[in-house]
Design a protein around this ligand. Structure first.
Ligand SMILES: C[S@@+](CC[C@H](N)C(=O)[O-])C[C@H]1O[C@@H](n2cnc3c(N)ncnc32)[C@H](O)[C@@H]1O
Length: 278
């Protein structure tokens, strides 16, 4: 039984890192005419209402997208992401927050394909209501790891695999490593982007070391932590692991993360990290 609902967390500081990375990677894939497949293993509901009772209950978006909305942005990738947020919000009010499927549907071209998967029945229904009319989308309600196994390599032989688990089950971390190794064997040229939370620094580093030890090549890590590392105090930061990143990603993210960190700062400066792991 899944209990996590992303509607409580949409637009928080971690979503910004995740979705800015997503937009960056899709823009990169769009540079070539050749069609590709976007596989979103943990899609969520697709689109979130920031005036809903769920959003109001945690108010997490006030430390994320609401801050971003007030900032004067400089880095082109931040402006690019903000344009997409504005596109789905008519007028000046920030009410709707696009999740990964909605962002991808805005960015993929008519010849590209979206394979979206969400296991939770309520969020799966929302996703179907939002995107089932879009001929490019195939929406599934299966276990993410089974979908990964069944869908790779994509027939286009190009693509982004976006993996954004809720890590509700303890073994999700270990299962993810195994699934990635197996996915990479079948689709070595794909771009993979995996979101992870920083809750206990020690556990995060131990898990990342396990992933590195598998020998997966061309692995990069970007991370943003607005809060200091404190084990047992909830999520203090989050990161993205990217396999086969664009060669420009490290330099671009070093600059844009500095600006993002400043916008989302909680009193004392947060920490950012951009590093190659292989
Ligand atoms: C962090 S949310 C996804 C948010 C979404 N990617 C976005 O950026 O808008 C994680 C989602 O994974 C779903 N989920 C958790 N375990 C799953 C599994 N084994 N297979 C498929 N979906 C799963 C949860 O129901 C939840 O909606």
């Amino acid at each position: 039984m899944l209990s996590y609902r992303h509607s409580f967390h949409a637009g928080n500081f971690a979503d910004l890192l995740k979705h800015i990375t997503l937009v960056y990677l899709l823009d990169y894939l769009n540079k070539k005419d050749k069609p590709y497949c976007y596989l979103d293993t943990h899609s969520g509901a697709g689109l979130y209402d920031l005036t809903s009772s769920h959003a109001a209950k945690t108010n997490e978006f006030s430390e994320g997208i609401a801050r971003f909305a007030q900032a004067s942005l400089e880095q082109p990738q931040l402006l690019r992401y903000w344009q997409l947020i504005k596109k789905i919000n008519s007028g000046t009010q920030l009410r709707l927050y696009p999740g990964s499927p909605q962002l991808a549907s805005l960015l993929l071209r008519p010849t590209d394909r979206l394979l979206l998967n969400e296991l939770h029945s309520t969020d799966h229904k929302h996703l179907v209501a939002l995107l089932s009319q879009d001929k490019r989308c195939l929406i599934k309600q299966e276990d993410a790891f089974a979908v990964l196994k069944a869908s790779l390599p994509p027939k286009e032989k190009r693509g982004l695999v976006f993996i954004d688990p809720s890590y509700e089950k303890k073994d999700d971390y270990q299962k993810l490593i195994q699934a990635l190794v197996s996915a990479h064997k079948r689709f070595a040229t794909g771009v993979y982007a995996i979101w992870y939370p920083v809750i206990s620094r020690q556990d995060t580093e131990a898990w990342i070391q396990k992933l590195v030890a598998t020998g997966l090549p061309k692995l990069m890590r970007i991370e943003h932590c607005p809060y200091p590392d404190t084990s047992g105090q909830g999520m203090t930061g989050s990161g993205m692991l990217i396999i086969n990143p664009p060669y420009t990603l490290a330099e671009d993210f070093k600059k844009l993360l500095k600006e993002l960190e400043f916008i989302l700062r909680q009193g004392t400066p947060g920490k950012i990290r951009v590093e190659s792991l292989s």
